[in-house]
Design a protein around this ligand. Structure first.
Ligand code: URA
Length: 188
């Protein structure tokens, strides 16, 4: 019998550990933050890298940015259990610095496999780091809120909720872009 999606995801998470990906990052982090939510989700969100709270709990987006994300999900009548959420880089970078290009490249094959297991209808990138790896060459200031189709997969680049939290203009833009998600899903 074919392995369930959850088992395939568990295997992939174990593979990252066995392959000793980004050992420097791993040694400074508490744990791998692989991803959470429904393996059957139509909607997958991809952030940048775990922060302090995420490193402590092992779950992506559980800090302030995560609470804002939950509010926006509620606005479109979704709960965290309905979606799947992960990051491009799966260990917390020291002092929450930006992930390095080589760290993003090291994790990309695993992110690609993770997405191939889940097979979502729509992939939402949060912020420029995850947009850069999946949709290289775009500018977030221009690309945000506009669905893009690439190799048969639909993507929606959005601003990062952490960037929008304390910037009123960006916050409203992100809320407005988020409100388009149900219609985009319906049209896929
Ligand atoms: N920011 C991210 O990009 N990812 C998290 O998991 C938390 C904050």
């Amino acid at each position: 019998m074919a392995k369930s999606k959850q088992l395939q995801l568990d295997d992939l998470s174990a593979e990252i550990l066995a392959d000793n990906i980004c050992p420097d990052l791993a040694s400074g982090a508490t744990q791998l933050v692989f991803g959470t939510g429904s393996p059957d989700a139509e909607l997958v969100f991809i952030g940048e890298a775990p922060g302090k709270k995420e490193d402590e709990t092992g779950e992506p987006f559980v800090g302030a940015a995560g609470r804002f994300l939950n509010e926006m999900l509620a606005m479109i009548k979704l709960k965290r259990e309905d979606i799947y959420i992960t990051n491009i880089v799966k260990y917390r970078p020291p002092d929450n610095r930006d992930p390095l290009p080589e760290e993003k490249s090291a994790f990309l094959p695993y992110l690609t496999k993770q997405l191939a297991i889940i097979k979502p209808k729509l992939i939402i990138t949060l912020g420029r780091h995850s947009m850069d790896v999946l949709l290289p060459g775009l500018k977030i200031s221009q690309a945000h809120g506009e669905p893009k189709r690439k190799n048969g997969q639909v993507y929606l680049p959005l601003f990062h909720p952490a960037a929008a939290l304390y910037n009123g203009g960006l916050r409203q833009t992100l809320i407005d872009d988020f409100a388009k998600v149900p219609l985009i899903l319906e049209q896929i």
